[in-house]
Write a protein that binds this ligand. Structure first.
Ligand code: PLP
Length: 401
C-alpha cells in the first residue's frame, strides 16, 4: 500500500520503522493511525470540493479519543450516533454548534443530553418531537433539530444501503411534511435536513446521482418547513478500495456536482450550509492493524501463520462485518517488506473458531514466529466494531503517530 513508506525492509508508520514502533508500544496487537495521512486526506478533499461545502467527521468510523481530537481540529463538525459519542466529541474539543446527532433509537435521556449540550439533533421519529419539546421547556434551551429523511431512492452500488425502501433510519420522505408540521407546533428550532443513502461506495456517478436526488428532495420538502433551511446534510458514503481490482473513488465529478448544488442552493435555499459527512473515507486508509506471529503450522500442505490478533480486534478484516463474500484485506509482513521469495499462507488468529481468519491463502514473504503481520485499510470500523470480549483475550491497544 503506497500510503506508507518502506525503509530497510520495514514498513514505516508515522515515519517510524514498524519493529521500533512495536517496541515502543511494548505489546502486540495494536492499531496505529498516521496523523499526517489524516491531515493530508482532509486537505485533498478540500482541494477538490467547493469551499462552501462543510466537512463533518462521522465518529462511529473510529472513536479513538486522540484521533477524534486530531480530526476535530481539521473538519468543520462531528457527527455522533449516541450520547457516548457525543461526550467523546465534546471532550475532543468539538464546537457543540457543529455537532449533530443521528440514530434510530435515541433514548429520552440521550435526547435531553443533546438539548443540554446545544447540538443539532437529527429527528428520526415522530416520538422524538414531544420528548425534545419537554426537554427544551424544562432546560430553558432551544431544541435544535434537522429532519433525517428516509429518501424515496437508494444509493446505487453502495456496500451498505441505509436509505430508500423500508428502513429503520429517518422518516419516510412522504411523512416528512406531517413531521415538519409537528416540529413547528412543538416550537422546536428547525434548522434543516439530513439525508444519508449508504456507505462504502466507489462509484462517483452513483454518489453524484444520490446527492442530486437528495438536494432535489430537500428543495421539495423545504416548502413544508416552518422556517428557512439553514443546514443541509447530503450524506457521504465515499468508499475506499479494499480488494484487488477496486478502483479509487474519482472525486472530480463529485466536486463538480457539489459546486453546481452550492450554486443552486445559493438561489433556492440561500441560508443553507451544505454539509457532507464522512467516516471511513477520512480515516480508513490512515490506519493499520499489527499483530505478531506466534506459531507457524502446516496442515496437509497448507501454511498457517497463527497470530496473537484476529477477529476479536478486527471483525471487518475477518470478513464478518458486512461482507457478503469473504475477501482478504491487503496485508503484509511488516518487517520483511523487501523479501522477494513468497509462499502461500493463511493468517489466522488465536480464537477457537474457523471465522478467525485474517488472510486466506495469500501470497506473503516466508514468515516466522516473531514477525509482524500488518493489515492495511484498518483505520475505520476496527477496534470499536469488534467483539473484544469474545474468548477472553486481551483488548487491543490503539495509538496515533
Ligand atoms: C455510518 C454513518 C456514516 C459514516 O459512514 P462511512 O461509510 O464510514 O463514511 C455517516 N452518516 C451516518 C448517518 C452513518 O450512519
Amino acid at each position: 500500500m503506497t500510503q506508507f513508506a518502506v525503509a530497510n525492509g520495514e514498513l514505516l508508520i508515522g515515519g517510524i520503522p514498524l519493529t521500533r514502533l512495536a517496541a515502543r508500544v511494548g505489546r502486540t496487537p495494536f492499531y496505529a493511525y498516521d496523523r499526517q495521512l489524516l491531515t493530508q486526506r482532509v486537505a485533498e478533499l478540500r482541494a477538490v470540493l467547493p469551499p462552501q461545502v462543510k466537512l463533518h467527521y462521522a465518529m462511529k468510523a473510529n472513536p479513538m479519543p486522540a484521533l477524534v481530537c486530531h480530526m476535530a481540529k481539521l473538519v468543520d463538525g462531528i457527527d455522533v450516533a449516541s450520547a457516548g459519542e457525543l461526550q467523546g466529541a465534546l471532550d475532543a474539543g468539538a464546537n457543540p454548534q457543529e455537532v449533530s446527532f443521528a440514530g434510530p433509537g435515541k433514548t429520552d435521556a440521550e435526547l435531553r443530553q443533546a438539548v443540554a449540550a446545544g447540538i443539532l439533533i437529527n429527528v428520526e421519529s415522530f416520538r422524538e418531537v414531544p420528548i425534545l419539546a419537554a426537554a427544551s421547556k424544562e432546560l430553558g434551551l432551544p431544541a435544535r433539530v434537522a429532519v433525517r429523511v428516509n429518501p424515496d431512492f437508494e444509493l446505487k452500488s453502495s456496500g451498505m444501503k441505509m436509505g430508500g425502501g423500508p428502513k429503520q433510519f429517518g422518516v419516510d420522505a412522504e411523512q416528512v411534511p406531517e413531521l415538519l408540521a409537528e416540529i413547528g407546533k412543538a416550537g422546536l428550532a428547525f434548522e434543516g435536513f439530513h439525508l444519508f443513502a449508504g456507505s462504502q461506495n466507489l462509484k462517483a456517478e452513483s454518489i453524484v446521482e444520490a446527492q442530486q436526488k437528495s438536494f432535489a428532495l430537500a428543495l421539495k420538502l423545504a416548502e413544508y418547513a416552518p422556517t428557512p433551511v439553514k443546514f443541509l446534510n447530503l450524506g457521504g458514503g465515499f468508499g475506499i478500495p479494499y480488494f484487488p481490482g477496486e478502483q479509487r473513488l474519482d472525486l472530480t465529478p463529485i466536486g463538480e456536482n457539489l459546486a453546481a448544488i452550492v450554486a443552486e442552493a445559493a438561489l433556492k435555499m440561500p441560508q443553507a450550509e451544505i454539509v457532507i459527512e464522512l467516516g471511513r473515507y477520512f480515516v480508513g486508509e490512515a490506519g493499520v492493524y499489527v499483530c505478531r506471529i506466534i506459531d507457524k503450522k502446516i496442515s496437509r500442505g497448507q501454511v498457517y501463520l497463527v497470530a496473537d490478533g484476529g477477529l476479536h480486534h478486527h471483525l471487518s478484516a475477518s470478513g464478518n462485518f458486512g461482507q457478503v463474500i469473504r475477501k482478504n484485506y491487503p496485508a503484509a509482513i511488516g518487517n520483511r517488506m523487501d523479501a522477494t521469495e513468497t509462499e502461500t499462507a493463511s493468517v489466522v488468529g488465536p480464537l477457537c473458531t474457523p471465522l478467525d481468519l485474517m488472510a486466506d491463502r495469500m501470497n506473503l514473504p516466508h514468515a516466522k514466529p516473531g514477525d509482524l503481520v500488518v493489515i492495511y485499510q484498518s483505520g475505520a470500523y476496527g477496534a470499536s466494531a469488534s467483539p473484544q470480549g469474545f474468548l477472553g483475550h486481551p483488548s487491543v491497544y490503539e495509538l496515533i503517530v
